[in-house]
Ligand binder design. Sequence first.
Ligand code: ADP
Length: 156
Amino acid sequence: MMERTLIIIKPDALQRNLLGEIIHRFERKGLKILGLKMGILSDDVITEHYSHLADKPFFPKIKNFMQSAPVVFMVLEGLEAVSAVRLIAGETKSRNADGGTIRGDYAMSIQANIVHASDSVENAQKEVARFFASEEIFEYKKMDFEWVYSEDERGA
Ligand code: ADP
């Protein structure tokens, strides 16, 4: 299935000069960038986005961390993009993450772990809608499509 997923490139990536590198990884993978923008997360948006962690003792710290600098939001599209992007991100605790993943290659922390990536198709749909207005999502033909996927995969 062609899917869309939401990425947030976190404040530690900006502070550590990794923004271009992270975007480059998703781009080189063959994922299509449909949306890209910078912003600062409000209290309300963080509370909504991390509602599954609201009871955790570290929740106020995540909030501080996520608001400590701007973040970059991206919408990516591809076949099974939600799981593909989670694999590229690596596991939450960066120092346990596999080499070759973003967290495995660039981070040590469980909190400062460079990227957020939607964890299910259902959440991806909610998160894309949370951060992007429909006019901020661009549909366009990408010339590498037939090289990234086989005929069967693209239904040609
Ligand atoms: P993921 O981002 O891998 O989907 P979670 O949804 O469990 O992981 O957590 C959201 C974010 O909260 C993590 O990416 C990380 O920044 C932060 N976080 C998770 N667990 C901890 C923890 N034990 N201590 C501090 N921060 C944490």
